[in-house]
Design a protein around this ligand. Structure first.
Ligand code: FBP
Length: 546
């Protein structure tokens, strides 16, 4: 074990008194039935009539148990820093309520439940994994549990392990499925209760009681360190434009937070592009304007942030992606039987609507290939593998070439591209994420011990010191909305996109023209794990700006 890990294991996560002294706390109901959107309550006859819960210190109805609790847990979806601390908090919480309580992890993600891949958690394991990054304690996976057959298998496996509760550590989709599983288990007489925990570096699972998900802070701080280093390089060598694509499947929260921390020359925010209906050409023209103006000031270098999800927010690209998904799904076997990429492209071009065929033809060949080849397990475009930064760069370079030949641009344009994603997803959690994830685990323990089901563990007030945070149970059903997916209405937890009227975006909007023209790069520096509080106890900037 490295010197860092040995020292970091000593850090004791902090949280509010109601959680740190769980054996003297109570779960209390603070509202009547939570509001649900029309059409949702009918789908959840058993769990729709639940209200908001608060975990309060010093209540009368304490959570201490006379019999041990048996709880299961799984990681679902992409890794996020702090996962091991959720497990740590959960383990410590249920042990505090009864020393013989048991925690069983299921390995490999949700498919590990179906295959009954159970791993009992021990104190030794928890001591080794506390405050570490990654999900390697249990592993994870993207298998979705959606069908009645899956739910029936879960019920059987949970009964086999005699589980009182099961905790799903996941994003919007996993928690949507957790809501349905909770309803199914209650309806079929299972004793296992379901509790969700908000996880994802993308921070798109937000709500009135969930300001962000755990993992976001750490991941962005890693990216901010790297962006700032790159910016210093740009400023030193003065010869490159750096195009940096940042992870974030759909929403641009990561890019916005990274921009606020590092002050690049340009940060594209997908939600703004969509609101303004910007075409790819208009986006490229906007980039060119900044490059031309900087060149006129003698600056042929810069830093440009590009959110991973951008292309899905550009009208002609999102139509192309939808059309490609449709045509490929309908002719999958035949397309795969065609020898060579050129034959596949020709076949597809003949089947795509005219506008989409034209958009496709205008894209660089590598991007065309990625759009066809790189599909996720559902057959859709895997956005993290589309090199949007290279696409923008190629289009910009050719646009600048045209401007130069017309005498409108006199600079030099050289570039480098980067993709920052996997570098941050398994970093050791910051104090913020270590505390937050631990508190979420303790909240899940409280909800499990008081027999609640269909709840999301929520910890609120995150811009205040951890001892002032408040812990809640939010009915998952209250977070659902009806969305049209694959031609059908479906109840889902909606992804929370960047709020273009919110303080974080407005703060960015006010500053960005100065950043475009100047060299205002802010050297964010690496995550600090040891040292003065103002360095180690930082909170994401986008949560603190007013
Ligand atoms: P979750 O929403 O499941 O947490 O995953 C987020 C994410 O990190 C995205 O930012 C990214 O697009 C995706 O996972 C990459 O997934 P994979 O690990 O399958 O490459």
């Amino acid at each position: 074990m490295s010197e860092f890990l040995i020292a970091r294991r000593q850090y004791e996560p902090r949280g509010p008194l109601s959680l740190m002294e769980l054996d003297a706390s109570a779960v209390t109901s603070v509202t009547g039935v939570a509001d649900t959107e029309s059409g949702i309550a009918e789908l959840f006859p058993k769990t729709a009539r639940q209200g908001l819960l608060k975990i309060a210190a010093g209540g009368t109805n304490d959570l201490t148990r006379t019999t041990p609790l048996r709880v299961g847990a799984v990681f679902s979806g992409g890794q996020a820093p702090g996962g091991h601390n959720v497990v740590g908090g959960l383990f410590e919480g249920i042990r505090k309520l009864h020393p013989d309580s048991t925690l069983i992890g299921f390995t490999g993600g949700p498919s590990g439940i179906l295959k009954n891949l159970a791993l009992p958690v021990t104190q030794e394991l928890m001591d080794a994994y506390r405050n570490t990054g990654g999900f390697d304690l249990f592993g994870t996976g993207r298998r979705k549990l959606e069908s009645k057959e899956d739910f029936a298998t879960c019920a059987r496996i949970f009964a086999q392990h005699d589980l009182d509760a099961f905790v799903v550590v996941g994003g919007d989709d996993s928690n949507t499925n957790a809501a349905f599983l909770a309803e199914y288990l209650l309806d079929t007489g299972s004793k296992t209760r379901i509790v969700g925990v908000p996880k994802t570096i993308d921070s798109d699972l937000r709500g009135p009681f969930t300001e962000t998900s755990f993992g976001f802070d750490t991941a962005v701080r890693v990216y901010a360190e790297l962006i700032a280093n790159i910016a210093k390089d740009a400023l030193s060598g003065k010869k490159y434009y750096h195009f940096i694509r940042l992870m974030g499947r759909s929403a641009s929260h990561i890019t916005l937070e990274a921009a606020l921390q590092t002050r690049p020359n340009i940060a594209l925010i997908s939600e703004e592009m969509a609101r303004d209906g910007k075409t790819m050409r208009q986006i490229v023209e906007g980039l060119a304007q900044v490059v031309v103006e900087r060149a006129a000031a003698g600056k042929n270098y810069g830093v440009i942030l590009v959110p991973e999800g951008l292309i899905e927010f550009i009208p002609e690209m999102s139509s192309l992606i939808a059309d490609l998904n449709e045509v490929i799904a309908g002719h999958k076997d035949y397309i795969e039987s065609l020898r060579g990429f050129t034959a596949q492209i020709e076949y597809l071009a003949g089947r795509l609507p005219r506008e989409s065929a034209a958009t496709m033809a205008g894209l660089p060949i590598d991007i065309q290939r990625q759009l066809i080849m790189d599909r996720d397990s559902h057959g859709n475009v895997a956005l993290s593998r589309i090199e949007t930064e290279k696409l923008l760069l190629e289009l910009l370079a050719s646009h600048l070439g045209e401007m130069k030949s017309e005498g409108h641009y006199h600079g030099k344009f050289s570039s480098q591209t980067h993709f920052l994603g996997y570098e941050g997803r398994c970093a050791a959690p910051t104090n913020f994420d270590a505390n937050y994830a631990w508190s979420l685990g303790l909240t899940a323990a409280a909800l499990a011990a008081s027999g609640q089901t269909g709840y999301l563990a929520a910890v609120h007030g995150l811009t205040t010191p951890p001892d002032q945070w408040q812990a809640w149970g939010v009915p998952l059903v209250s977070m659902l909305t009806m969305e049209r997916r694959k031609g059908k209405d479906k109840a889902v937890i909606r992804k929370t996109l960047v709020d273009l009227n919110g303080p974080a975006f407005r703060c960015f909007e006010d500053a960005r023209s100065a950043w475009a023209a100047g060299d205002d790069y802010r050297f964010a520096g690496p995550i600090q794990y040891f040292g003065p509080a103002d360095l180690v106890d930082r909170v994401p900037v986008s949560l603190t700006v007013q």
